[in-house]
Design a protein around this ligand. Sequence first.
Ligand code: FAQ
Length: 320
Amino acid sequence: YQQALEDYFNGLIDEDSRIEPRDAMPAGYRKTLIRQIAQHAHSEIIGMQPEGNWISRAPSLRRKAILMAKVQDEAGHGLYLYSAAETLGVDRAELLDKLHTGRQKYSSIFNYPTLTWADVGAIGWLVDGAAIMNQVPLCRCSYGPYARAMIRVCKEESFHQRQGFEILWTLSRGTEAQRAMLQDAADRWWWPALMMFGPPDSGEDDHGRPQGGGHTRQSMAWGIKRFSNDDLRQKFIDMTVPQAVKLDITLPDPDLRWNEERGHWDFGEIDWEEFWRVLGGDGPCNAQRIDTRVAAHEEGAWVREAALAYARKQSAQDEV
Ligand code: FAQ
């Protein structure tokens, strides 16, 4: 019987069908999805903080309204993703507890500070740009609820990317000080954005730790990931360099040059030491991000209690 279930699962994967919550699945597949979807959900809600920092200081009412809507979208993405994770048999309270106690990760990128208004534009342009590159293939992920959640998320991320570019486009045609602010933001966000795709596909770092590929090979075999980390990183660089030219900025990489033979942009060494340091909790804002999240969760306890009490009252009334 066990063999029949495995054959059925492998058959669905081979014919590129979707796995649904009711289907039998290997424990490793379930575990990988819970890990990835939870990390993704955590990234969305922690990702509200860097931009939330600028809502009260956005330079106009229009910019404030747009930024509020964007941050609200990110909360929505988080809720979608926690719901998708729950279809795999975990409870969101348990996932949040793991985030709050450092037992589950969120994206490295959200441990960097937003020092100026240009950083809000840079997040839209680079961080949402990288997120789309990574997430469009997830719309074809083999797990149905995750793939379907990604469709709307990607539409919204595309809009976010454009609003970020538009902020920077405006700055690029502004005063000298505004252009300097734009360049400074690009200087600080470029390398961390490249790190978002995860460690390289092969090789070891200076400490002999295996780089990337940790999960990639298996996740690709299961149709969870459709491209490797390095492939997506290269696609992102190829898409973004011409946009930097339009913004009239210099990306902070002296090795960036078009390679006619490869048909891609060559780029310099990524500082993987910095990536692992940030993952290990030693980024500029790690402690602040978790403290703020835990405080928001504790202060929101009464809202969850009230919503539960209301739901219970409604269902009691429905039964009458
Ligand atoms: N940060 O073997 P791999 C957004 C970890 S976009 C932290 O390559 P995998 C939108 C990885 O978990 C950002 N950790 O792992 C937004 C693993 O550690 P583990 C979120 C990272 O899973 C925009 C280890 O390194 N997007 O939020 C990172 O196959 C603006 C080895 O790595 C997603 O989560 C990293 N950057 O590939 C919101 C997309 N990279 O778990 C607000 C879905 C790697 O064994 C504002 N996730 N690690 O302890 C994915 O596509 C994958 O999980 C990857 C990593 C590609 C991130």
